[in-house]
Design a binder for this molecule. Structure first.
Ligand code: TXA
Ligand code: MG
Length: 319
């Protein structure tokens, strides 16, 4: 359990330009003082992330918004009021003092107030903005447990605050409200329908391959094991026709299906999208350690509640 002493130690590390990984309700973040260029450089080095990929700055309180953003439109205020603290990132026009390292040389900044007791305690005690990308190496699956952070970053991080497994399990919904019409850049637990209901206007969707959103690179969030996406109706034939080279193989399905072939194991995930999202990255990480030749993911149902999961699974199988 994390106590006040741990939080104090974490704050000291952050103030001296070190890196602290901490849990949020979505995934673990690799935190650094967003106003300290040396600390930011360490984030990119630890993640082996290209320097032009922007970072999300995490805040304790909505009152800090105007310190980081030079314009806060009414749409941002409404979304903040309804969804913060929570799994939502807002893209706003950046304030003049914000470093290019945070924004990837853009005129905008990503801001989020997370809803996790440890993240909130840390942010309050730190008293400033924490840049925190997901605490994984570039292109890998985001960590949803402290052990996964350790595996990913090893000595590159000075301290890991262990908050157990993250509740949501997938990264935050990103909504760009920096121009006239809202754009969803990354789907997450908060659906575009929920965003539209609050804004009372339709949202559009960001271009899938904009290099500006690192999560939008095609093969992102990917296990090392070859991973295929297969429609439910084709699953049984697909498994039957697998070459011996593709075995052993695990099939991730969201409903129990009868697959009879030696070397093929069916792993039944939840048919509830919240639970499925909660489990997905942890399960992919575990499967990645099993020396499988292939992971097969059963294509997911339609519907907004599955949007974020479909998005991540598509990327995991894009190679
Ligand atoms: O749930 C989350 O958002 C987690 C937790 C730790 O808060 N963080 C996270 O950070 O997923 P990261 O760096 O792995 O992904 C942040 C995404 C990237 O795809 C990045 O390109 C995008 O946010 N982003 C950040 N600032 C942006 C900006 N100004 N314009 C467009 N995209 C931006
Ligand atoms: Mg990430």
């Amino acid at each position: 359990m994390v106590n006040q002493k741990d939080i104090q130690k974490a704050v000291e590390i952050l103030r001296s330009g070190g890196l602290v990984a901490f849990p949020t309700e979505t995934v673990y973040g690799l935190g650094a003082d967003a106003s300290n260029l040396d600390a930011l450089r360490k984030v990119f080095a630890a993640k082996q992330r290209p320097i032009d990929h922007p970072l999300i700055v995490h805040l304790a309180d909505v009152a800090e918004l105007t310190h980081w953003a030079r314009e806060v439109p009414a749409s941002a205020e409404r979304l903040a009021q309804v969804f913060w603290p929570g799994p939502l990132t807002l893209i706003l026009k950046k304030a003049a003092h914000v470093s290019d390292m945070v924004t990837g040389n853009q005129d905008t900044i990503g801001l989020r107030i997370p809803n996790h007791p440890i993240a909130r305690a840390l942010l309050r005690a730190f008293g400033g903005g924490l840049a925190a990308p997901s605490a994984n190496r570039f292109g890998r699956i985001s960590p949803t447990t402290a052990e996964a952070v350790q595996e990913e970053l090893e000595q590159a991080v000075n301290m890991i605050l262990d908050g157990g497994q993250c509740d949501v399990g997938l990264e935050s919904t990103i909504v760009d409200v920096s121009s006239e019409h809202p754009v969803v850049l990354r789907p997450g637990r908060i659906t575009s329908q929920e965003i539209e209901a609050v804004l009372r206007e339709p949202v559009s969707f960001g271009k899938k391959n904009s290099p500006r959103v690192s999560g939008s690179l095609e093969s992102h969030y990917a296990p090392r094991t070859p991973t295929a996406l297969v429609a439910k109706a084709e699953l049984s034939n697909y498994v039957k026709n697998l070459a011996a080279l593709d075995l052993p193989c695990v099939v991730l399905s969201y409903e129990s299906i009868a697959l009879e072939r030696e070397g093929v194991t069916c792993l039944v995930m939840s048919a509830d999208p919240k639970q499925y999202a909660h489990d997905l990255y942890r399960v992919m990480r575990e499967l990645d350690k099993k020396k499988l030749k292939l992971i097969v993911i059963e294509a997911l149902p339609e519907g907004q509640d599955w949007d974020a999961i479909r998005d991540r699974v598509q990327r995991a199988t894009a190679k």
